[in-house]
Design a protein around this ligand. Structure first.
Ligand SMILES: C[S@@+](CC[C@H](N)C(=O)[O-])C[C@H]1O[C@@H](n2cnc3c(N)ncnc32)[C@H](O)[C@@H]1O
Length: 231
């Protein structure tokens, strides 16, 4: 499968800087990502795709598709488009699609999830696995995912969310300056992504190992997401 390039010419300055940081980090990660991170994240990824497969609608967007570890798990009737900022990660995903003949994957694009090229209501479901804590502004990511999914569709996230107190809170806060090196924000909290009072969170499920990741399922209400991003 070939990879489309859909990065806008002009971005706001903070995103351009941070997008470069993401590309640098995942250029380093691409060759070893599956080995280092594939195992520990497997349960959350499997649960997210099981949910996607169970939900109504065939038009699925996977945001931050990475090396495409989730792609073989989508049911054949789903029509999956994957986007990512990192060409190095996308090349791995494209090789997987080719080698495993994954006909449910209908497109892979190099695209910034904070400024997507898709029209409103293009998808029934959007899913971001281990990606919300990587993008520069997760509320903008949420608003964009909400925009491109039809009202009443679903947004799913699997992520590690930082503790709000205690030793884990302290460790995660201390690691925050390493974000650029790690390629993700260790101190990322659920409130950085969404306000559970303002959006319809339908489910929150701890995932193995030891509940360090959480699967969040939201019923899409684009107006609420836009208001949050504007805060
Ligand atoms: C931790 S990896 C997760 C990959 C995959 N979802 C998985 O389950 O293994 C995060 C991915 O998000 C991508 N990413 C980060 N910021 C992005 C953005 N603004 N737009 C699109 N992709 C982004 C990175 O390039 C990387 O491939």
């Amino acid at each position: 499968m070939s990879i489309r390039t859909d990065i806008p010419d002009r971005d706001h300055p903070r995103a351009v800087l941070d997008a470069e940081g993401v590309r640098d980090a995942y250029r380093r990660w691409a060759g070893v990502y599956d080995l280092v991170f594939g195992g520990v994240s497997a349960h959350g990824r499997r649960r997210a795709v099981e949910e996607v497969n169970r939900l109504p609608g065939t038009r699925v967007l996977e945001v931050g598709v990475g090396t495409g570890l989730a792609l073989p798990r989508y049911r054949p009737e789903k029509r999956v488009v994957g986007i990512d900022l990192s060409r190095d990660m996308l090349e791995k995903a494209a090789a997987r699609v080719r080698e495993e003949r994954l006909s449910q994957v209908v497109g892979l694009s190099e695209m910034n999830a904070e400024h997507m090229a898709f029209a409103d209501d293009s998808f029934d479901i959007a899913v971001a696995m281990f990606t919300a804590s990587v993008v520069p502004n997760a509320k903008v990511l949420f608003a964009e995912m909400s925009r491109v999914v039809r009202p009443g569709g679903h947004l799913l996230f699997v992520n590690h969310f930082a503790a709000e107190a205690g030793l884990r809170w302290w460790v995660e806060r201390s690691m925050a300056p390493l974000s650029r090196l790690l390629g993700w924000h260790p101190d990322f909290a659920l409130s950085d992504l969404l306000d559970p009072q303002a959006v319809r969170v339908e489910a929150m499920e701890p995932c193995q190992p030891a509940g360090i990741f959480t699967l969040v399922r939201v019923r899409n209400q684009p107006a609420a997401a836009l208001a949050l991003a504007a805060e």
